[in-house]
Design a protein around this ligand. Structure first.
Ligand code: ATP
Ligand code: MG
Ligand code: MG
Ligand code: MG
Length: 569
């Protein structure tokens, strides 16, 4: 590509509304432009990197045996009514009407659409397991779109959905996807960690997130220095300070309802859409004969306003109702801010502040499959029944006894789930087994934030001059900067020749043939993060040399003209 014919939309000034470095640099390097909140145009320079990320994801998914499909972004409400999510999904779901007044949504995810497809297409266990993926535009009406493409409303996701005749087969594909994700993030050159995640809100038995380590990350993750132990602290979070002690030896009461059911029940009671609504319940006092205790506080996930809550249902349960701030939550329930995590802020929180002063409540903690009541905090943590990562400090021993713990901020770039039969059951997706009997399929789903990865990579690869792309996803791998080529035909010709030579060798090359001062060209190539730079100048040509500088190098070096290609290899 010739820079003189290409949209180099670099900017000197740091945009005022861009809070984190990747957002600033993507704007300054001319990769993206904002259309409206959470909506971005990818300029040519940015799109090249986005496509390279896509390509790596596609290649590794293909290698795993997954089959690529492309589903519509707009989805009929009927499918979401069938799965129950039309009612449950909160404000993130963008609902639309067509000219006939029919309900649709712009897909934030595609479980319903793929399940509908597969229940019609696959008939026999012999066709399983099967894994289908797409790389496609999603829309989520995020409460707080921010950080550019990192948390956009419209964004690109790779989503995959696997189908199985039994849970063992799902386990195999889940492992395969775990490995495939590691392959993808390795190729992308990211410093990342797979961590155990909270699967509660989607339902299903197992879930891992893949986090890129970066101080701007919205999640807090904890991991062992010596073993594979790693978790999203949000998952392991529990929320009440040690309070009233139950008598030693008194059994902790486990209410054997799936945590999801409890969440749904409470959500329904409050008049909230269930999925992702209630994050945490704090219950007070001893459990009654039904195993339930009084509610003193609940923390909601995502995007619910107090107006959405049936306040009359809360009267007498959690009063006075208050919209609490971050600091107030910390003060009221003893959570450290890390364990709530800025990812969930601002969450509407209802805290009965008068009760909070009592600090005498027994906590309830949502475990993966159970909602626990009657937990005695100190005792049950000591017995290993409840995991307490609230007060984990770096250097603590890892729960598996291997190594010590590190805590870092993470950016969620991938997420894999065992869905089990949540969607296949609700939508009656069956195949015939060996005995000719219809069985509900097991499902897994696997997401990667393709557009988010571009920003996450910049968070890890930049300096004060700009982006530093790894070769694998650089918009251009090599920049050739010609000096005064408009006045010097020999320089222009040598630049052209090198450009053709490197292109023919398969490199993505940007020839900076613009009529600009050398300093401007160098600064642009550095800002845009091109990993390798050659300079063609009159002086160099006279000596038969080119100047080379790697984007991470301190110094430039002269190399013989004909050495350029072998030098790169
Ligand atoms: P987050 O916790 O960041 O809101 P999520 O858990 O809601 O993400 P998933 O439903 O797991 O997201 O979707 C799969 C992947 O899509 C995520 O791991 C993330 O990389 C990406 N993603 C989700 N929401 C956004 C967004 N608003 N903008 C860009 N990428 C996103
Ligand atoms: Mg989200
Ligand atoms: Mg998440
Ligand atoms: Mg997720």
């Amino acid at each position: 590509m010739r820079a003189s014919r290409y949209l180099i939309a670099t900017q000197k000034e740091t945009p005022a509304d861009a809070e984190i470095i990747s957002h600033q640099l993507m704007l300054r390097a001319g990769m993206i432009r904002k259309l409206a909140a959470g909506l971005y145009t990818w300029l040519p320079m940015g799109l090249r990197t986005l496509r390279k990320v896509e390509r790596i994801v596609r290649e590794e998914m293909d290698k795993s045996g997954a089959q690529e499909v492309l589903m519509p972004a707009v989805q009929p409400a009927e499918l979401w009514q069938e799965s129950g999510r039309w009612e449950q999904y909160g404000g993130e779901l963008l609902r639309l009407n067509d000219r006939h007044g029919r309900d649709f949504c712009f897909g934030p995810t595609h479980e319903e659409v793929i399940t509908d497809l597969i229940r019609n297409e696959l008939k026999s266990y012999k066709e399983l397991p099967a894994n289908f993926y797409q790389i496609q535009t999603k829309f989520r009406d995020e409460r707080r779109p921010r950080f550019g493409v990192m948390r956009a409303r419209e964004f690109i996701m790779k989503d995959a959905y696997s189908f199985h005749v039994n849970a063992a087969s799902l386990d195999d594909t889940y492992q395969l996807m775990h490995q495939t994700y590691c392959n993808i993030f390795d190729r992308l050159g990211l410093d990342y960690r797979p961590v155990q995640a909270d699967s509660g809100s989607i339902g299903g038995s197992a879930s891992h997130e893949f986090h890129v380590l970066a101080s701007s990350g919205e999640d807090a993750i904890v991991f062992s220095t010596e073993s594979d132990y790693a978790a999203n602290i949000e998952k392991a979070e529990a929320v009440a300070p040690a309070g009233e002690r139950a008598a030693p030896g008194e059994a902790m009461q486990e209410v054997h309802t799936p945590g999801q059911k409890t969440i749904e029940a409470v959500s329904t009671f409050l008049g909230l859409p269930a999925e992702r609504s209630v994050k945490t319940l704090l219950v007070k006092g001893e459990a009654d004969e039904n195993g339930e205790s009084g509610l003193v506080a609940l923390i909601l996930r995502g995007d619910h306003t107090l107006n959405e809550i049936k306040a009359e249902n809360l009267a007498g349960i959690a009063e006075p109702l208050t919209m609490a701030t971050d600091e107030e939550i910390v003060e009221a329930i003893g959570c450290n801010p890390g364990s709530i995590g800025p990812v969930n802020l601002p969450v509407p929180v209802i805290v009965d502040r008068s009760a909070a002063h009592l600090a005498d409540f027994v906590c309830g903690a949502n475990k993966d499959d159970y909602h626990l009541t009657g937990v005695n905090w100190e005792r049950d943590v000591a017995l290993g029944r409840v995991e307490d990562l609230r007060n984990v400090v770096e250097g603590d021993q890892s729960p598996d006894g291997k190594g010590t713990l590190e805590i870092r901020r993470g950016i969620e770039v991938g997420h894999i789930f065992k869905l089990g039969n949540k969607y296949s059951q609700a939508m009656n997706a069956t195949v015939l087994d060996e005995n000719g009997k219809a069985v509900i399929m097991e499902m897994g789903c696997y997401g990667i934030g393709v557009s988010r990865i571009v920003a996450a990579s910049i968070e890890q690869n930049h300096d004060d001059k700009g982006i530093i792309w790894p070769d694998a996803i650089a918009p251009f791998e090599v920049a050739i900067v010609t000096l005064n080529a408009h006045k010097n035909a020999v320089v222009a010709e040598a630049g052209d020749k090198l450009y053709e030579q490197l292109r023919q060798a398969g490199y993505d090359v940007l020839l900076d043939d613009r009529n600009e001062r050398p300093g401007v060209k160098f600064a642009d190539m550095e800002l845009m993060g091109i990993p390798h730079r050659f300079v063609v100048s009159e002086r160099g040509l006279a000596a038969g040399t080119l100047e080379y500088k790697g984007r991470r190098d301190e110094d430039k070096q002269d190399i013989a003209l004909e050495e350029a290609l072998p030098f790169l290899v």
